[in-house]
Ligand binder design. Structure first.
Ligand SMILES: NC(=O)c1ccc[n+]([C@@H]2O[C@H](COP(=O)([O-])OP(=O)(O)OC[C@H]3O[C@@H](n4cnc5c(N)ncnc54)[C@H](OP(=O)(O)O)[C@@H]3O)[C@@H](O)[C@H]2O)c1
Length: 272
């Protein structure tokens, strides 16, 4: 059995597996020989993916259609995997809302907090003791470069991802000594359904990565947390921003977002 399967197998739980980065994670984990539990709302997408992974890689995927905005979703998933030996949690599902704070629908904001913060916390809370007891395993949280500093016109989303970054960093320090690798993945713009769902044409985004490249980069860096920015471009942008005095960095970010809202989005320093 190869080292990756020994360390993180036999089963990986992947949320947001019906599309984009989560679907790419599920495919690459199955290719590495792990069984996968596929979580998202769209059952048809999950079932189609499960069939493909079974036929292509000979693994035995489990399909779990769950709405992570439901506060009870974490418990439902943990109950469903209670008898499986989950060695890797990929907490990836999430979505964003763009625009002036206060103009978005309050109910959508609540769902975003539940999906982006509550569900990852509940899943990590249920699985961390099991992983630590085994003495090996991993957790990947898909956050965003927008979690690295407050992004105007994306305030709620940016704040949810800052929460994920703090959770991931804390668990990296807490679980690392117990043999569990924790990585907080901070993608920049990625070519998934997410930009289109927010009314953004992906062609206008700078240094767009494919979801496959983002997932591969995360899996290759799983033991090198606490955080990982897969795009060289966004690493450079955020290294520069984070080395500035905070007010200067925030002013620079705000002016880049203002420029973007008046013209092409190409120099936007954030994700979709
Ligand atoms: N694309 C980017 O530019 C970018 C950049 C930085 C970070 N990210 C982060 O990357 C992660 C994956 O996003 P993506 O870009 O791959 O977008 P995507 O293609 O829209 O995929 C989002 C996934 O999350 C699932 N999801 C959303 N709401 C859900 C809910 N209420 N219950 C269960 N599952 C739900 C979706 O499944 P269903 O719709 O089937 O439920 C889908 O599988 C997110 O956390 C996002 O914030 C994306």
């Amino acid at each position: 059995m190869d080292d990756f399967v020994k360390r993180y197998g036999p089963v990986a739980l992947v949320t947001g597996a019906s599309s984009g980065i989560g679907r790419a994670f599920a495919g690459q984990l199955a290719a590495r020989g792990l069984d996968v539990v596929l979580v998202a709302r769209r059952r048809d997408r999950l079932e189609e993916l499960a069939r493909t992974l079974r036929d292509t890689h000979g693994v035995s995927p489990t399909v779990l259609p769950v709405d992570l905005a439901d506060p009870a979703a974490g418990k439902e998933i943990l109950d469903a995997v209670a008898r499986l030996e989950v060695g890797l949690l990929v907490s990836n599902a999430g979505f964003g809302v763009k625009g002036a704070f206060g103009e978005e629908d309050a109910a959508v904001l609540s769902s975003m907090l539940a999906v982006n913060c509550h569900a990852p916390t509940q899943l990590a809370h249920g699985l961390a003791p099991r992983l630590a007891q085994r003495g090996h395993g991993g957790v990947i949280f898909t956050s965003s470069v927008e979690g690295l500093m407050g992004c105007p016109y994306s305030a709620g989303y940016s704040a949810t991802k800052a929460y994920v970054n703090a959770l991931g960093e804390a668990l990296w320090a807490e679980l690392g000594p117990r043999g569990v690798d924790v990585l907080t993945l901070c993608p920049g713009a990625t070519d998934t359904e997410a930009p289109r769902l927010q009314g953004i044409d992906p062609a206008t985004l700078q240094d767009l990565m494919s979801p496959d490249d983002v997932a591969r980069s995360a899996l290759d860096h799983l033991g090198s947390g606490p955080t990982h920015i897969p795009s060289a471009h966004y690493r450079k942008v955020f290294d520069a921003l984070l080395s500035m005095p905070r007010t200067e960095a925030l002013t620079s970010m705000a002016s880049s977002v203002r420029k973007v809202s008046q013209g092409p989005r190409a120099d936007r320093a954030g994700d979709a």
